[in-house]
Design a protein around this ligand. Structure first.
Ligand code: 6R9
Length: 647
């Protein structure tokens, strides 16, 4: 089977690496003999205002629950991300900005970054932002978003970045939940040529948030009239008066750094809380190790800073290492489907990190839009956010990377702060579709539904048995919910919510959220498995699979299938695909329903919202719930029609 094929490190890739296979083994060995020595080395990669002497204090047990790392040390994140690089590389580029419009791009050196961040830190201080205050950042993908994130860390304020695609209601909910009195936004964003009215959305949101004292409005010029005189501050009118020097606030390692809202399987979004020391240690270490980052590399992570991937791998991981990080305002298919590859050539990107959904969408357009670009600068490719099906992996590897670049399929979560299970570029032989092994010190375990530990080659629920520095510390304002959500299903272990397989070689294969696992005639089938089988067929561009109640089998399998451009959706093709899946996985996985889907309902971060598909498959379109967070809510009506349901 192609997904069991082992890809050794491409021969041309080998050269002195940040962490080579021997180095990786040495770290694993050290963890086995003296775990704290490993954690100490990671901690010492940062600059500490007061060095830590304590390293780890953790219990996942309900009665004496605690997670503390490097906890008697003091440090400042902006100082680690900016000031400590100024002596040697003040003139090096920290951020490359590539606008939505391909004619807009510019670079920001570390020296300039220092000045921009300090001015904004002083500005926020002047308007009353204090250490520990929450600042909500509702911005497009532009360097200003990063300036304000870093400015918060400079003065010890806690940022809560809300993705610019969220609605006024979602924004209001997040501002209220963390009692944020300050908001940063701008008049409008632009993506794929379309404008997003961020300031108007903010004004609407703030009708529900009477406690917000100030809105810092990012603008280039000072002539814009702002509606809410005392509340709104056009930063262009006051920034020039601000000093470019601002002392870095010494922060305890366990002081809150940021809150990031994420959806769970139930309830309202949770404010995932990360703290200062452990988070930065983990973002810095994983960035450098996993991507084989080397001085001078240009790194491009396509995620928005509104998601954790943008926090850890657009801003904090790269800057803590003094890297050059590309901030992209646009989308993969604007103005053309070659945009990603053109940007890679334009800025000579060495390490490229994106999501399987983008890869599949671009794969659908064929090889030509890729092949007409050079991509010779690329050295490492990365994938994140969902399982990558072997079909897409092979295309990414062979077509985008020309077979030269290792792919790091990084498994992690908002909750984990940074990568946990992932190949290390150039050190780990790859299997398409597998996130491979845990990083040194990370202890994945697989348990069955009752919590029994499963060993060897097996399949079950993915838990992590012990802490790592980047672990979330709480749900903001609801510590009890934190313990309940993550540590009570399998007491004493962190439960990830993901299903996983471990093969004979010890490779981990994430099968998707456990809430998406189907039980068909008593057999457990990962929706991701069926999807992977479907997309492996040459006619299929993308597929999403959900369960629906079935009289005989308990649950049946409903497949929403998007075909490759130009392929005719016929009844014969449904039969072909059904047989194909039976052959790929086995008769138990035979699809009961195949429904053609011109588009799939996705969140703006590209995740398929299976909740919606499940309701359609269950014949309950009236129970769809909130679809406002979809990137394109109109696809839902098409699917309801296609399922022959009435609204
Ligand atoms: C970083 C991020 C977390 C969930 C996670 C899992 C899925 C992420 C993955 C992956 C398979 C990978 N996930 N990376 N599944 N392979 N390489 O995406 O955080 O938005 O919190 O999502 O995404 O299901 O539990 P977040």
């Amino acid at each position: 089977m192609s997904d069991q094929q082992l890809f050794p490190v491409p021969a041309g890739f080998l050269r002195p690496q940040t962490v080579d296979a021997a180095g990786l083994k040495a770290q694993h060995d050290l963890v086995a003999t003296d775990e704290n020595a490993h954690w100490r080395t990671l901690g010492e990669a940062l600059d500490w205002i007061e060095p830590f002497t304590k390293i780890k204090d953790v219990s996942f047990n309900r009665d004496d629950f605690r997670i503390r790392w490097y906890y008697d040390g003091k440090l400042n994140v902006s100082q680690n991300c900016i000031d400590r690089h100024l002596k040697d590389r003040g003139d090096q580029v920290a951020f490359i900005f590539e606008g939505d419009d391909p004619s807009t791009s510019y670079s920001v050196t570390y020296n300039r970054l220092a000045a921009e961040v300090n001015k904004r830190a002083n500005l926020m201080k002047q308007y009353g932002v204090k250490k520990g205050d929450r600042v909500t950042i509702y911005m497009p993908m532009v360097p200003e978003a990063a300036y304000f994130m870093l400015a918060c860390t400079r003065i010890g304020a806690v940022h809560s970045v809300v993705f610019g695609g969220f609605s006024p209601d979602s924004l209001a909910g997040r501002i209220l939940d963390c009692k944020s009195e300050f908001v940063v936004t701008t008049h409008e964003g632009v993506r794929g040529g379309k404008k997003i009215p961020l300031k108007a959305n903010t004004d609407l949101a703030l009708l529900q948030c009477p406690d917000v004292k100030h809105v810092f409005v990012v603008a280039d010029i000072c002539d814009v009239m702002l509606k809410h005189g005392d509340r709104d501050i056009n930063i262009a009118c006051v920034l020039d008066e601000m000093s470019a020097e601002c002392p870095a606030e010494p922060m305890g390692a366990e002081d809150p750094l940021f809150i990031l809202y994420t959806s769970g399987s139930t309830g309202k979004p949770k404010g995932v809380l990360h703290t200062t020391g452990g988070y930065l240690v983990w973002a810095a270490y994983t960035f450098k190790t996993v991507f084989d980052y080397q001085a001078g590399d240009v790194f491009w992570c396509t995620a928005d800073v509104g998601w954790v991937t943008g926090h850890s791998y657009v801003v904090y991981g790269p800057l803590a290492n003094g890297a050059t990080s590309l901030i992209f305002e646009g989308v993969p298919n604007y103005p053309t489907v070659s945009r990603f590859w053109e940007v890679i050539d334009k800025h000579q990107v060495n390490i490229f990190y994106t999501a399987p959904t983008a890869i599949r969408a671009l794969m659908r357009e064929g090889d030509e839009p890729v092949k007409k670009t050079s991509r010779a600068s690329l050295r490492v490719l990365g994938s994140v956010g969902e399982p990558i099906n072997p079909e897409a992996w092979l295309w990414y590897y062979n077509v985008v990377g020309d077979g030269r670049c290792p792919i790091v399929d990084t498994w992690w979560q908002t909750e984990t702060g940074g990568h946990l299970i992932t190949p290390v570029a150039g050190a780990t032989p790859l299997k398409p579709g597998s996130a491979s092994y845990a990083l040194p010190g990370v202890k994945p375990v697989i348990v069955d539904a009752e919590g029994k530990l499963l060993s060897g080659a097996t399949e079950g629920n993915l838990c992590i048995a012990d802490s790592w520095p980047g672990q979330m510390r709480s749900i903001y304002g609801d510590h009890a919910r934190f313990i309940e959500t993550y540590f009570s299903t399998y007491p004493g272990k962190y439960f990830t919510g993901d299903g996983v397989k471990r093969d004979e070689d010890g490779y981990y294969w994430i099968t998707g959220r456990v809430d998406d696992v189907l039980n068909v005639s008593g057999h457990r089938i990962g929706t991701a498995e069926v999807e992977s089988a479907l997309v492996a067929h040459e006619t299929v561009a993308e597929a999403a699979v959900v369960g629906f109640p079935h009289d005989i089998k308990g649950q049946g399998i409903w497949c929403f299938v998007t075909l490759v451009k130009g392929v005719e959706p016929t009844e014969e093709l449904k039969v072909t695909l059904r047989n194909w899946v039976r052959r790929e996985i086995g008769p138990i996985a035979s699809p009961d329903v195949i429904q053609w889907a011109p588009g799939l309902p996705k969140t703006r971060s590209g995740k398929i919202m299976r909740r919606i598909l499940r309701k359609i498959a269950e014949g309950q379109p009236e129970a769809l719930g909130d679809i406002s967070t979809l990137a394109d809510p109109s696809v839902v009506a098409d699917l309801i029609k296609g399922a022959n349901l009435k609204i």
